[in-house]
Design a protein around this ligand. Structure first.
Ligand SMILES: Cc1cc2nc3c(=O)[nH]c(=O)nc-3n(C[C@H](O)[C@H](O)[C@H](O)CO)c2cc1C
Ligand SMILES: Nc1c(NC[C@H](O)[C@H](O)[C@H](O)CO)[nH]c(=O)[nH]c1=O
Length: 217
């Protein structure tokens, strides 16, 4: 489990196709936050939880399987790509963000980026199936970063990036058309399951058992 507070931005140093997926090598800054990283630890790479299988000074490797490549944008990475990194949450940590599982729900396109001087607004269009899982002023994870939903207009939500997040994550590189990893808040998923079958939503849609099962909730 993670919190969506990114502690380091790494760089993809190597990618090799292998049977059943991809071996990904990521170089990190050597920052204190990644000190002592060990094999079998979970690391969030752009929001997707991955298991470390090899560690060297300032770099580590993970095996990304086909299922993950299908559901996330990790397959778009190339040598030199920058990635948001977060180690798994220790129960003694402060929960600065929200509970992030590292299970990317879907990828979605950035529909617009608006520069507002000291902040930047990013809007993303998401698949209709996930609309019961997002609320204005709730939390959402984009590429592993915990953010607050500033506005929700139908199937488009907007987040406001503060200068710190802009400087310390890869979200500063997003442009209209970029594909991002989304994880909807786990709270909504449990509520959806609890109230589950056949409950009508404000917009008239219905959460059915089949809907929940299709998404593995
Ligand atoms: C603890 C944990 C470890 C995971 N390790 C890997 C991994 O090493 N490789 C991988 O491709 N997917 C892994 N996944 C699944 C991956 O995060 C998931 O397929 C994507 O986030 C899409 O939902 C892991 C998931 C969890 C929760
Ligand atoms: N909730 C918002 C944040 N939160 C902080 C970021 O998650 C954090 O700065 C990042 O993970 C780097 O450590 N940041 C925003 O820009 N906008 C939000 O709504």
């Amino acid at each position: 489990m993670f919190t969506g507070i990114i502690k380091d931005v790494g760089r993809v140093q190597g990618l090799s196709r292998q049977k059943g997926g991809l071996r990904l090598r990521v170089r990190h800054s050597g920052a204190e936050s990644l000190e002592g990283l060990s094999v079998d630890e979970s690391v969030s790479i752009n929001g997707a939880c991955q298991t470390v299988v090899r560690v060297e000074a300032h770099s580590f490797e993970v095996d990304t399987v086909e299922e993950t490549l299908k559901k996330t944008s990790l397959g778009d990475l190339h040598e030199g790509s920058l990635v948001n990194l977060e180690r798994a949450l220790r129960p003694i940590d402060r929960l600065g963000g929200h509970f992030v599982l590292g299970h990317v729900d879907c990828t979605a396109p950035v529909s617009s980026v608006r520069d507002l001087g000291s902040s930047r607004e990013i809007s993303v269009t998401f698949p209709e199936a996930f609309s019961p899982l997002i609320v204005s002023a709730g939390s959402i994870t984009i590429d592993g970063v915990s953010l607050t939903v500033a506005r929700l207009d139908g199937l488009r939500f907007t987040v406001a990036l503060i200068p710190y997040t802009f400087a310390h994550t890869t979200l500063n590189a997003l442009v209209a058309g970029s594909r991002v990893n989304l994880e909807f808040d786990i709270l909504g998923k449990y509520v959806a399951r609890q109230t589950g079958s056949g409950v009508s939503q404000a917009d008239g849609s219905v959460i059915s058992e089949a809907w929940l099962q299709e998404r593995g909730f």
